[in-house]
Ligand binder design. Structure first.
Ligand SMILES: [Zn+2]
Ligand SMILES: [Zn+2]
Length: 112
């Protein structure tokens, strides 16, 4: 596999397109932002090239974590596997965000 790099659209970090496990990656390990270059609905490449923000963590049945990205330009959602050197603080922050900001008042539970 040819190792190439891209420059993160968010923080400017130069990122290799292969992670330490030898898998291809499309997001920045530091801020986890990505870029919309693949058309996940149609397959192949897209002309969009919008910045993709990490918005949530999805957990697969295998226990693996996926990062859910949303394109700021066309709102397409994608999910990508987490790499071993991804920023764990940012990952944790995303994973607990729904717990920290529940869409209902916590008083619903009464006093525990
Ligand atoms: Zn970045
Ligand atoms: Zn897009």
């Amino acid at each position: 596999m040819k190792i190439s790099t891209f420059v993160c659209a968010w923080c400017g970090l130069t990122v290799t397109t292969v992670d330490p496990d030898g898998r291809s990656r499309n997001h920045c390990p530091s801020c986890l932002h990505s870029r919309h270059v693949l058309d996940h609905v149609q397959g192949g490449s897209t002309e969009c090239h919008g910045r993709m923000s990490p918005i949530a963590i999805a957990v697969l049945r295998t226990g693996d974590w996926m990062i859910v990205h949303r394109c700021v330009r066309c709102d397409e959602l994608t999910s990508n596997p987490v790499s071993p050197d991804d920023n764990q603080l940012v990952l944790m922050r995303m994973a607990v965000r729904p717990l920290a900001q529940p869409p209902f008042p916590l008083e619903t539970f009464g006093t525990l």
